[in-house]
Design a protein around this ligand. Structure first.
Ligand SMILES: [Zn+2]
Length: 146
């Protein structure tokens, strides 16, 4: 889940740098280097570094080289973020933190974000139903008398 600024611990910068250094400033999952401009393939399965090296987007395995003119995709700047592996943003234990690029971080949090969104929608619906129960609904419009 995305962290709210006020929830970061005071030493967050040091924690973040330590986590990034553990994976040599690369995504722990796809190995994309932090700050690099890469091309993500249209099918999302690979990415290419500026020197033409192509890697598997799922795990960072080298897949060879490609020419930029033969490789179609979207140019993005890799932003290495720190993910809470158990989705508990108060658990800043080193074993619970991983440096992930924005794409891998979103994928990691997708199910949790969907679950939270569903919980929010359910709570709203419940509040609305509760309010409906408190409001006296008008009875059916009486038929006009002749
Ligand atoms: Zn990644």
């Amino acid at each position: 889940m995305t962290l709210k600024a006020h929830r970061y611990p005071k030493n967050w910068r040091a924690i973040r740098e330590g986590v990034r250094l553990r994976t040599n400033n690369q995504c722990a999952q796809c190995r994309a280097p932090n700050g690099e401009a890469i091309v993500r393939a249209d099918d999302g399965r690979t990415y290419m570094l500026p020197d033409g090296q192509v890697f598997d987007a799922a795990n960072g395995t080298p897949r060879g080289y490609a020419r930029g003119s033969e490789y179609t995709g979207r140019l993005v700047r890799v932003v290495l973020t720190v993910a809470h592996l158990d989705h508990n943003e108060t658990n800043n234990d080193a074993a619970n933190l991983a440096a992930l690029c924005q794409k891998c971080h979103l994928a990691h949090d997708r199910a949790d974000n969907q679950r939270r969104a569903q919980a929010t929608r359910s709570a709203k619906a419940e509040r609305l139903n509760h309010l409906r129960g408190q409001i006296a609904l008008p009875l059916a419009t009486p038929r006009p008398t002749r």
